[in-house]
Design a protein around this ligand. Structure first.
Ligand code: ADP
Ligand code: MG
Length: 239
């Protein structure tokens, strides 16, 4: 982690349509599966936002990434698209257990992410199963679903830790991707200790994506703790 490669960039809004390294700012320029391409077209997403342009290409190559961009800049697709692409590519099935875990600070945010995920999976006819585990919901119902295999899991930190520790049928030993969304708020709310416990329990060999609205010292510390490999740093100031 000492050798974190810094690719911090900040650009004026006028440069917003700058092409990514595939030569275009259109989703169609990315090497995406037919399923994801279909989903994006069906849902009306054609042009990438800046954070998507900067994050999706390195994430598709399997890099770890720390991304900062203000609320409303399109961070959800920036991590959902590479997540779906990886699991699709390796033909992930329920037998493999949970392949990706996405955490966010609140029930509302997790529900939002889950809604976007469900829409994409539906529109693209992806085979990946998905689930949601959040504080306040029925633990036992969640545990039963986890036992049947949930490929992509959206969660809040407290409830996720609970299931990691206590749900026997929850198979996460093959985890490929761990996404921490709104990392700054997760830390503000006081989930730091839960996060540390979660990171200790998760398999080390994985791709980690850490997104936040701001790059704070705390987020930097969390990146150091959660990311094993050399990470790409991406920052978008204004869009
Ligand atoms: P953030 O997580 O950065 O706050 P979201 O992922 O919630 O942002 O996206 C904010 C809004 O922008 C959502 O309504 C989403 O549907 C829309 N959006 C995201 N990406 C695109 C895109 N490439 N083209 C058009 N709209 C987009
Ligand atoms: Mg968001």
């Amino acid at each position: 982690i000492e050798e974190v490669e810094s690719e911090v960039t900040s650009e004026p809004a006028s440069k917003k349509q700058k092409p990514n390294f595939y030569g275009s700012s259109e989703f169609s320029s990315l090497p995406l599966s037919p399923q994801t391409s279909l989903a994006l077209t069906t849902l009306g997403f054609t042009t990438m936002t800046q954070i998507q342009q900067k994050s999706i290409p390195p994430l598709l190559t399997g890099k770890d990434l720390v991304g900062a961009a203000k609320t409303g800049s399109g961070k959800t697709l920036a991590f959902l698209i590479p997540t779906l692409e990886l699991l699709n590519k390796v033909k992930w099935t329920n037998r493999n257990g949970t392949g990706a875990i996405i955490i966010s600070p609140t029930r509302e945010l997790s529900l939002q992410i889950y809604g976007v995920l469900r829409d994409i999976v539906e529109a693209g006819k992806h085979t990946q199963t998905h689930g949601l585990v959040i504080g306040g919901a029925n633990r036992r119902t969640e545990a039963e679903r986890l036992g049947k295999g949930v490929n992509i899991l959206v969660a809040t930190p407290g409830r996720l830790l609970d299931h990691l520790q206590n749900t026997k049928g929850f198979k996460y030993s093959n985890l490929q991707i761990f996404v921490i969304d709104e990392a700054d708020r997760i830390l503000e709310i006081g989930f730091e200790e839960d996060l540390h416990s979660i990171i200790k329990l998760l398999p080390k060999e994985r791709q980690t994506m850490l997104f936040s609205a701001t790059q704070t010292k705390q987020v930097e510390d969390l990146a150091r703790l959660s990311i094993q490999n050399t990470a790409v740093y991406v920052e978008v100031e204004n869009e």
